[in-house]
Design a protein around this ligand. Structure first.
Ligand code: 4AD
Ligand code: MG
Length: 475
């Protein structure tokens, strides 16, 4: 038996003057010929623990092997700390080097490394204080999410990762095949024949679990999914990953007001959870990354989110332009908003999270419920709108995309046909509208975008252990 104790627990309990054993990695070292101070970290908390070693108690060979990055097992007395910031430290009586580390080769040094450098060392960056914080918060957010839905009577519903349908219809899917790509069977028109492929048809990695999620909801009443999704969109931005995790609740007997209330309550629960359960890590990030982080998180809890119809949003943006505000992209009625527009509304105009609703039908997905009335803009009737609800956050832009679902078989069928979505892939989805169709709604929260917000980090590549982006699948 190793009999090691976890450092976080040791510090929290602070039962002093007893023998303890800890294991971990050397973060740094200082001292002189007589005494060495070793910062040991086992990943359980940002502080780690200080090991004090009187050099006369240890042989020369062992002392030499205590280097940055090495893995140690240390036994000793847990005592009140002599100085410094910590409550306790360990007076070592035995040190065993479990794994050596060559300090000349170990890439992580005490000096601050750039985020770009650390991305290239993604196999080791979890060992830095910064990434330790981020990854512990990431874990806590996953727990907060399951906790929320479990407490509110939602069932965790597992949807497939391999699929033959494109939920978002944006054509950004990664294909899945066992076919020999050097020798593809094609028909007379040059189209690939899939009957000899593993699934006997063209399949891809899912962009969203929503369509199957709706099947779950229309049986269990309310479900949520929480899994990886994949998008081959070639957007090299600080907000996009090719592989990201999404949480997708789907709820029956919900209208747009219900949906927006759930979106707001759910995000606030997650933020509150971080403030209540990740204090030490947040304080570290507040010091190192962003001095307004904790204030911003607390601010979100105090505000009620602004509900803003798209048409009103365009009016505000155009008014701002009249008053001299410059945007890179146009924002006429019918345009998809760029992140600069979203951020203007959230950060400058309302100064709080915004839920934008009732978007033009043509810029949203086929499944969204069509509004009864067309909006009036500059005195004119515009095109049809849908009951989509995007939650826009400071610093992040879109963090949630959701909608009420079109429950009418005829209207949905009409959308599928006019958008040219292959019907044969959709029959099972349409059955929900044929047998006991019901009003229902749901949304998707981008997990990494939530982690970006909660940690104050700037780049989505730095809130997932091993990011997948265009031209990058290392590790
Ligand atoms: O707005 P999206 O595309 O909505 C859907 O997929 C719906 N099926 C969700 C639903 O109603 N069940 O994506 C939802 C969220 C976005 O708001 C964003 O937070 C995140 O997923 N997201 C991404 N996150 C990281 N990288 C990407 N490439 C992302 N694309 C979307
Ligand atoms: Mg969206």
């Amino acid at each position: 038996m190793f009999g090691r104790e976890i450092i976080k627990g040791l510090i929290a309990e602070a039962k002093l003057d007893r023998e303890v054993t800890v294991c971990g990695w050397v973060r740094s070292m200082r001292g002189n010929k007589v005494i060495k101070f070793i910062a040991l970290n086992d990943g359980s908390c940002v502080s780690g623990i200080q090991i004090v070693a009187d050099t006369e108690k240890f042989d020369e060979a062992t002392l030499k092997r205590i280097q940055t990055g090495a893995c140690l097992k240390v036994t000793g007395q847990l005592v009140a700390s002599q100085g410094g910031n910590q409550s306790c430290e360990i007076q070592a009586s035995a040190i065993e080097v479990l794994g050596d580390s060559d300090p000349n080769e170990y890439p992580l040094q005490k000096k601050g490394h750039s985020m770009e450098f650390l991305r290239e060392k993604a196999h080791l960056r979890p060992r830095t204080n910064l990434f330790g914080c981020i990854l512990r918060i990431r874990h806590n957010m996953a727990i907060a999410i399951h906790e929320y839905f479990h407490q509110h009577g939602f069932y965790y519903f597992h949807t497939p990762l391999i699929t033959a349908s494109d939920c978002e219809g944006a054509g950004q899917m990664f294909q899945v095949t066992t076919k020999n790509l050097y020798d593809l069977k094609k028909d007379e028109n040059g189209s690939i024949i899939y009957d000899d492929d593993f699934f006997g048809k063209m399949t891809s990695l899912t962009v969203s679990g929503q369509l199957e999620g709706e099947l779950g909801a229309t049986a269990l009443g309310q479900i949520y999914t929480f899994g990886p999704t994949f998008r081959a969109e070639n957007s090299n931005t600080p907000r996009h990953l090719a592989e990201f995790w999404m949480i997708e609740p789907e709820v029956c007997f919900y209208d747009m007001e219900d949906l927006m209330a759930l979106e707001e309550d759910f995000i606030k629960h997650c933020v509150r959870w971080a403030l209540d359960n990740c204090r030490e890590d947040l304080e570290f990030l507040n010091k190192l990354i962003d001095p307004t982080l904790i204030e911003r998180l607390e601010g979100v809890l105090k505000e009620s989110f602004e509900h803003l119809p798209y048409t009103k949003g365009i009016e505000i943006l155009q008014e701002a332009m009249k008053n001299g505000k410059k945007f890179e992209f146009p924002c006429n009625w019918g345009d998809d908003l760029a992140s600069e527009h979203e951020r203007y509304l959230v950060e400058e105009y309302f100064k709080k999270p915004v839920i934008m609703t009732n978007y033009p039908k043509k810029i949203k997905s086929f499944y969204m419920k069509i509004d009864d009335k067309k909006p009036i803009f500059n005195g004119q009737e515009m095109e049809e709108t849908v009951q989509g609800t995007d939650v826009l956050f400071p610093q992040i832009g879109e963090i949630i995309g959701g909608s009420v679902r079109e429950e009418s078989y005829e209207k949905l069928m009409n959308e599928i046909e006019t958008r040219g979505i292959p019907m044969k892939d959709m029959w099972w989805y349409l059955d929900t509208r044929r047998f006991g169709s019901c009003p229902h709604a749901g949304f998707g929260l981008g997990f990494e975008r939530l982690i970006l917000f909660v940690t104050g980090m700037q780049n989505i590549r730095d809130v997932i252990p091993f990011p997948r982006t265009p031209k990058n699948a290392e590790f």
